[in-house]
Design a binder for this molecule. Structure first.
Ligand code: UD1
Length: 410
């Protein structure tokens, strides 16, 4: 059985790491080894957006590096598709696993769904991890990616109840859908103790010599709708003003956001807010900062889930969420994006007492369930695509884009 897994952008790495670890455990215990191939599209390529995560999450060096880099949605997606088709032809896996909702996810799913090895239309099965999430907001590039990926997938692994319902409503046959839990939470649970050894809180001045931790808030912003328009960005900063006078805000700045701050000449600290703009953090440092924050303000998808699991109040600076379980059972609130809405949501969340409930199956075992289901699907003669193992088991003797790096490029 050969499984090819795709990663491309920062939020993919922690979703894939537990799947690779579960495959390795399977291979230790079973005579039927799974041959695994890791492909990195290069959508994110900086050391701080990619390389650091490979170290922290103990991910293997990718077998194939496509080196597509940045570009408009069309250019980036097209480059990934062109390169990935060659990899698929050379590797001929039985399953292609894509995770989340970034451009790399959608591009590789579509390519896999449309290849045909012979006149019967034989091809690998498309496996989508984190299927079924819907914001019902088609202006989000991620929502378009989610819908397309789910509709070309053969196996859909769902993280929360809403995902099951959404997929059923869209007419996806139920025998393709499995509620397995959340591999991003597998990573969080696996690494949260290790993150305690991070010295990031000392470096930021939040932990004193006696080990006491002072109050601070954590902020992340990268969504184009929030940072690409100066008025929208200024509105959010105005909404954060009260918080920034009450306690320091630490703000690891995504490259897109950094560029916009420069383009618009913004000075977030200008009105007296205590706000520290720092480079993006690696995985373990970020988990350490999130775990001890009094409050997290974000427009990320994954951070809504991680704060729910950690019981940390979260204010989501958006008008919707594709992860409703974080609001219904967890610690998340959807603030909206105007200054008064953000201010009010922060006030509410600072007074919050409940730590919420960890959603069903967010128990650290999602990846094991996924690997078990892949093994079962492979053994099932009814699996339409199960015939197409590697032609001769060789690795491809080429790389696409740049060469395969010894380590992820810095
Ligand atoms: C992408 C995902 C988004 C995810 C986010 C996490 C899509 C549509 N969006 O958005 O869902 O939440 O990643 O970060 O796939 N850049 C660098 N270094 C890098 C990568 C990017 O400097 O390693 C800069 C480039 O100028 C690039 C910009 O960041 O143009 C945005 O990168 P891009 O991959 O297009 O989208 P993200 O905003 O990161």
């Amino acid at each position: 059985m050969k499984v090819l897994t795709v990663v491309g952008a920062r939020p993919n790495f922690m979703k894939v790491a537990p799947i690779i670890a579960a495959i390795n455990r399977h291979n230790e215990d079973s005579d039927d080894a799974i041959h695994h191939v890791l492909v990195h599209t290069g959508q994110h390529y900086d050391a701080i957006m990619s390389g650091a995560f490979f170290n922290d999450l103990q991910l293997p060096t990718p077998d194939v590096w496509l080196g597509v880099g940045s570009g408009s949605h069309a250019v980036q997606t097209a480059e990934i598709m062109k390169s990935f088709e060659c990899v698929l032809a050379a590797e001929r896996p039985e399953f292609v696993v894509v995770v989340g909702d970034v451009n790399s996810t959608m591009a590789c799913a579509v390519v896999t769904a449309k290849v045909a090895w012979d006149c019967t239309g034989a091809r690998p099965s498309v496996v989508h991890v984190e299927a079924g999430l819907r914001s019902f907001d088609r202006s989000m590039p991620e929502e378009v990616n989610r819908v397309i990926t789910d509709h070309v997938s053969d196996l859909l692994f769902v993280t929360e109840e809403s995902g099951l319902q959404n997929l059923r409503n869209e007419g996806i046959p139920s025998d393709r859908i499995h509620f397995v839990g959340n591999t991003m939470i597998d990573s969080l649970l696996a690494f949260k103790e290790k993150a305690e050894a991070s010295t990031v809180l000392e470096r930021l001045g939040f932990r004193n010599r006696a080990g006491g931790i002072s109050d601070y808030a954590l902020l992340t912003l990268h969504r184009p709708s929030n940072v690409d328009d100066p008025d929208a960005f200024l509105n959010i900063l105005a909404g954060l003003n009260d918080l920034g006078h009450e306690c320091p805000i630490v703000f690891p700045v995504h490259p897109r956001t950094k560029q916009r701050i420069k383009d618009f000449g913004l000075r977030p600290e200008a009105n007296g807010m205590k706000i520290a703009l720092i480079d993006p953090l690696g995985y373990l440092d970020f988990v350490a900062v999130m775990k001890h924050a009094r409050l997290v303000v974000t427009d990320s998808g994954g951070i809504q889930e991680e704060t729910t699991c950690l019981g940390i109040p979260c204010v989501t600076v958006r008008d919707n969420t594709e992860r409703p379980v974080t609001v219904e059972h967890g610690t998340n609130t959807i603030a909206g994006t105007t200054a008064p809405q953000i201010r009010a949501a922060i006030r509410r969340q600072l007074q919050r007492r409940s730590k919420g409930v960890v959603p069903e199956k967010w128990d650290g075992h999602a990846a094991e369930r996924i690997v078990d289901l892949l093994v079962r699907a492979s053994a099932d003669p009814a699996n339409a695509h199960a015939r197409h193992l590697a032609v001769d088991g060789r690795r491809p003797d080429f790389t696409v884009g740049s060469s395969v790096p010894e380590a992820i490029p810095a």
